[in-house]
Design a protein around this ligand. Structure first.
Ligand SMILES: [Fe+2]
Length: 349
């Protein structure tokens, strides 16, 4: 077992390295080295590659990408230390962004000029990270399900929902950030009771990703799920007809509209401490916040643009406008460790 693990780590490391070795030799047609940015990212969406290619064209630069799970990338940044070739860390959750900041992995950057168009809470007060998109973690339920008593995250513990909730595991950072928001709003004791109540109402021990939770509703195993909205956009536009039907079988419910609002998370990142390409990295963040790129995130990945005034995609807009929980994202990052402990204490697998 241990040997197998070591083999896998070795394989992963080799594949990550080869990615760099191949791409770092990139030169332009005249043979000169292009200014290059190396990005470690756990964003796994095809539109990101399109966006990076656009940047390369516009700025005469080269972007190399290493994709991985955020915790693996953070470990790698830590291990590589000053020897790292990575310039930028991008991730899809504020918990990981906060962890990177607390570990001292980022260097301050000059905030992009486009930051004027982004609400304050979507970038760091010390200027070491910026958000590029927002995501909402919502409740969905079967269209034929009577959800008249389901309005808030807190309602998920009601005994009438026993055996009906599909949700992924405690390892999932989106769930950790949602629980952190509940701790921030309701306090630790109430948050622990919430964990226990949701666990008591799960249809099975948590398994799979957000899409799988929607599919559990479609096949009739569950009635309610907790998911990020952009996955619903991907299901609705999937090439797989069954995925489209799964997404069509559910109703989106934005929780807590009569009180604090729906939990919002952020995807974004910063420039790494040992990067010598700060100026080019700043240009990239400015580019990512431009109207053109913000539209691409909205249209192709169904995320909410960080930039004010850029509309959501038609698919996302059809769910209607909603009130967002404005709990500071730094607070949510700070409460991540506490959230993990509460999941354990409350028996969330
Ligand atoms: Fe995701």
């Amino acid at each position: 077992m241990k040997k197998l693990y070591i083999f896998h780590v070795l394989l992963l490391t080799l594949s990550m390295q080869s990615c760099f070795v191949d791409q770092n030799t990139a030169t332009n047609n005249s043979g000169d080295d292009l200014p290059t940015l190396n990005i470690y990212t756990d964003r796994h969406y095809p539109i990101d590659d399109t966006i990076f290619r656009k940047f390369e064209k516009q700025y005469g630069a080269k972007i190399n990408v290493v994709k991985g799970k955020s915790e693996d990338l953070l470990n790698r940044i830590d291990k590589e230390g000053a020897a790292t070739k990575a310039d930028i860390f991008l991730t899809a959750d504020v918990g990981r962004i906060y962890q990177a900041k607390q570990s001292g992995f980022f260097q301050p950057m000059q905030l992009p000029e486009n930051i004027n168009f982004v609400p304050d809470y979507l970038y760091d007060e010390d200027g070491v990270w910026v958000g590029i998109t927002k995501r909402a973690r919502v409740i969905v339920h079967a269209k034929d399900f009577d959800a008249s008593n389901l309005n808030d995250y807190e309602d998920l513990v009601l005994p009438e929902f026993k055996g009906q909730i599909a949700v992924r595991s405690k390892e999932n950072i989106y769930n950790q950030s949602l629980l952190a928001a509940i701790i921030a709003n309701n306090g630790e004791d109430a948050a622990l009771e919430w964990v226990k109540g949701v666990v008591a109402n799960m249809y099975q021990s948590p398994k799979g990703n957000d899409r799988d939770q929607v599919k559990a509703i479609y096949v009739g195993d569950a009635k309610i799920a907790i998911v990020n909205t952009y996955y619903l956009g991907h299901l609705l536009t999937s090439d797989d007809a069954e995925e489209v039907k799964a997404a069509q079988s559910i109703q989106v419910l934005f929780p807590n509209q009569s009180n604090r609002g729906t939990h919002i998370n952020v995807s974004g990142g910063g420039v790494l401490q040992f990067s010598e390409n700060l100026e080019l990295a700043e240009k990239l963040f400015n580019f990512l916040l431009s109207e053109e790129v913000q539209k691409l995130y909205a249209e192709s990945n169904f995320e909410f643009p960080a930039r004010k005034g850029v509309p959501s995609s038609d698919i996302v807009s059809q769910w209607g406008k909603f009130k967002e929980d404005d709990t500071p994202l730094s607070k949510i990052g700070e409460l991540n460790t506490q959230a993990i402990k509460l999941f354990d204490r409350g028996g969330w697998k």
